[in-house]
Design a protein around this ligand. Structure first.
Ligand code: MN
Length: 245
């Protein structure tokens, strides 16, 4: 491992990452893993570890940090609004935006093939590395949330609040779903009435959400709108889960 860390290319990448974050890693190996894509290991075979486990952890770390920002900024908000906002913020589309703000693509270690295809510019890769970096800071801090939280807040909190206030973050599941389906399939979801059951004053509506040919979900609610949102939420979660795999 020590000879890995004495590799000048790796040292330069780690130093650049530290400079971007304003954070010095105690364990440089963690920093190196956070920026190492598996294609790079396959090609260079240097006993490195890739970022996938750190990414898994970083996903939870960011979710916690973002939850705190939202709860403190919007103490009156309901659980449903908070989780919609959080979901939009920790999405691939938004996290890759944060990654680009610090030019994270400059530090990623990729195979030559991936570099030739501009792999470091892909949203999915940038989002994953971003998560891994915050997972790495968390582990490097002996699993204390404070260091990653301070770094995240210093770099991104104002931008996040500003994005929310300017309406640049979709706040409901129908908009979230639309963004993902436009990117994935080039189409927008359609909604179809299924049924309305029960007595007049307490009717339960059921709506279907149709996403391309790939996916249909249904939701129930006290209004068509509410039923659509439920169906959209389910479709969104399925697609989001697939993307994060
Ligand atoms: Mn991810």
């Amino acid at each position: 491992m020590n000879d890995i860390l004495s590799n000048p290319e790796f040292r330069k990448k780690i130093e650049l990452l530290e400079k971007k974050l304003g954070y010095t890693f105690k364990n440089k190996k963690l920093a190196l893993s956070a920026i190492t894509h598996k294609s790079f290991i396959a090609e260079s075979n240097k006993g490195l570890e890739d970022y996938e486990v750190l990414e898994f952890l970083g996903d939870a770390v960011l979710s916690l940090i973002v939850s705190e920002i939202l709860i403190k900024k919007y103490p009156q908000a309901r659980e449903g609004e908070l989780s919609q906002l959080r979901s939009a913020i920790v999405s691939e589309a938004f996290l890759s935006k944060l990654a680009r703000k610090i030019n994270l693509q400059e530090v990623v270690l990729l195979s030559k093939g991936e570099i030739a295809q501009r792999g470091m510019e892909r949203d999915s890769l940038l989002c994953d590395v971003f998560e891994a970096v915050f997972g790495a800071i968390y582990v490097d801090s002996d699993y204390f949330i404070d260091p990653p939280r301070q770094i995240f807040n210093k770099l991104f909190k104002d931008f996040i609040i500003e994005s929310i206030e300017k309406g640049k973050i979709p706040r409901d599941y129908k908009s979230l779903l639309q963004i993902i389906t436009q990117r994935k399939f080039g189409t927008v979801p359609k909604y179809r009435f299924i049924s309305a059951k029960g007595p007049e004053h307490e009717k339960i509506f059921e709506m279907e959400c149709i996403v391309d040919k790939a996916l249909k979900t249904r939701g129930k609610g006290r209004s068509k709108k509410e039923a659509e949102i439920k169906a959209a939420k389910e479709a969104y979660e399925i697609l989001n889960e697939e993307e994060n795999r």
